[in-house]
Design a protein. Structure first.
Length: 500
């Protein structure tokens, strides 16, 4: 299929000339040799991409395609504890939790420290109950227990029974396919294709691509009549790019991400003139364990147990943070735990086994040596070389705070701990943050249209959703808030494309 019009292929050549050059200065090429044509072309098969695919089909799109560069679908969206903050759900009501979208937005604005976008947060939070229902309709199953994540004023983190993002991804993928969405793995997006007016009209794809062999596969050109959605995720695994934004994030800092989180979609959009926002705000997960690779089992264990447990510094035996403060606050404080030579000395999360055993994560962390069990404070202190007296006093003080419902040390929300005391036997996990989420990316408006730096206006035909976008969360993203946002903006992008 041949296109009639002249086109612009925005890639390395154009990038070298400067992302914000007027279009007339960009390279002009031959008319595309279209391999195939779709209404909606989606790049990336994480939360954002798959939610968009399902919603586009719901709205009547005939031809929808998802291209995924890796051998497996789901990206980073599978690598998390399967939690999503929704405000105002039936499950919250059943558990007697009062909450609403406005409260959720206020919590997120606070964590964003003045840099978050209220308009984008509101668009996402208000769609929460719809998103929750869509996941249920696709087949996700939630636990009855809702988790209190850091920095929230109401308990709202709903968790799928798998306790992993796969509990969202698999049902979404299955539903999308049943609805007729075409999905192709090992298909890597390389470039956007634009017409002479600058509208994005298609993409260049490497079919049969193998990750790590950048020139592998055959190049095809795919037409998008309604739009292209970039849902390509973050850049946590692109060490040189992330270090350019934040020099402290060297290769020595661990990362929870899937290997494909290299930011190529983001970089291509920047080459096409998209506005970069907050690229240096890269979040580390305060629940990560240095005793395993990647996201691991420790994250789920810590997330479940933070509300009713304490984290102590090994050199003092004392707490040093509100264990459910926002992520940045905790990660920064954890990174300050050092021995006398300044070397990392990961903090200890001390958990009462009596409560930990109610969550399946305990079995995993014990089995894989990510946490250990101790019968007494003495045994714990001896094993980790923690001063016994202050540690004993700290635990006694903590248990008094539980009784009094007030934490004078760090102002922790004591209702989140549900009156659970810290008593032996204990399960202990070490804590050391890992790069987890890029708050920065391209600027979008509340319709998920990508904004051009040169004009402040949408780039026609180009949409973005999920971690590849920036500015939604500002300085610190609250736990459990990426999943609903990625899903919501995928849905919003699909609606915008179907309206266009
Ligand atoms: P989000 O949570 O924002 O949806 P994820 O990281 O879960 O993001 O998913 C993004 C997906 O996009 C990953 O599966 C990743 O492999 C895929 N991806 C990234 N870059 C490309 C690309 N150039 N072509 C095709 N797929 C890509």
């Amino acid at each position: 299929m041949k296109g009639r019009r002249e086109f612009l292929k925005l890639g390395a050549g154009v990038a070298a000339m400067g992302a914000t050059l007027p279009l007339a200065a960009a390279q002009c090429g031959q008319a595309p040799d279209w391999h195939s044509e779709y209404d909606v072309v989606i790049i990336g098969s994480g939360f954002a991409g798959l939610a968009a695919a399902v919603e586009a089909k719901k709205l009547g799109a005939k031809r929808v395609v998802v291209f995924e560069k890796m051998g497996v679908y789901g990206g980073n969206s599978t690598l998390n504890a399967g939690q999503a903050c929704f405000a105002g759900t039936d499950l919250q009501k059943k558990l007697g939790i009062e909450d609403n979208a406005n409260l959720m937005v206020q919590d997120q604005l606070k964590a964003g420290r003045g840099l978050a976008s209220e308009a984008l947060l509101r668009a996402s939070a208000e769609l929460g109950p719809y998103v929750y229902q869509l996941t249920l309709d696709c087949g996700s199953k939630y636990r009855d227990h809702i988790i209190t994540t850091g920095g929230t004023s109401a308990t709202r983190s709903h968790q799928v029974i798998e306790r992993s993002g796969a509990g969202f991804i698999q049902p979404l993928l299955k539903t999308a396919r049943e609805m007729g969405v075409e999905t192709y793995n090992r298909h890597k997006f390389d470039h956007l294709i634009r017409d002479e007016k600058g509208r994005v009209i298609g993409v260049e794809i490497r079919r049969g691509y193998h990750f790590g062999k950048e020139q592998s596969g055959e190049v095809i050109q795919v037409r998008a009549t309604r739009g292209v959605l970039m849902a390509t995720g973050g850049f946590g695994y692109n060490i040189s790019f992330r270090q350019a934004q934040d020099p402290t994030l060297t290769s020595e800092v661990g990362c929870t991400n899937a290997k494909g989180a290299t930011g190529d979609g983001l970089i291509e959009m920047l080459a096409a003139g998209a506005t970069p926002v907050h690229l240096s705000h890269i979040q580390s997960g305060p629940w990560a364990s240095p005793d395993e690779g990647g996201f691991g089992y420790g994250a789920g264990f810590a997330l479940y147990n933070f509300p009713h447990s304490i984290a102590v510094d090994r050199t003092t035996g004392l707490r040093f943070m509100d264990e459910i403060a926002d992520r940045k606050t905790r990660a920064d404080l954890e990174l300050q735990r050092r021995d006398k030579d300044g070397k990392p000395n990961p903090a200890l999360l001390i958990v009462p086994k009596a409560e930990a055993k109610n969550d399946p994560s305990m079995e995993k962390v014990l089995k894989y040596n990510v946490a250990w069990e101790f019968d007494s404070v003495e045994a714990l202190a001896k094993h980790f070389d923690v001063p016994l007296k202050p540690l004993k006093q700290q635990i006694a003080d903590w248990n008094r705070y539980v009784d009094e419902g007030h934490d004078p040390q760090f102002g922790k929300r004591m209702d989140a701990g549900r009156g659970i005391k810290l008593t032996a036997p204990f399960i202990v996990q070490r804590l050391w943050p890992k790069v987890h989420y890029c708050q920065g990316g391209v600027q979008i408006n509340p319709k998920a249209e990508v904004i051009a730096a040169a004009t402040g206006q949408p780039i026609p035909g180009l949409y973005a959703a999920g971690e590849v976008t920036g500015g939604v969360h500002g300085v610190s993203r609250l736990g459990g808030c990426a999943t609903p946002e990625c899903l919501a903006f995928g849905i919003i992008a699909a609606r915008s494309m179907m309206e266009a």
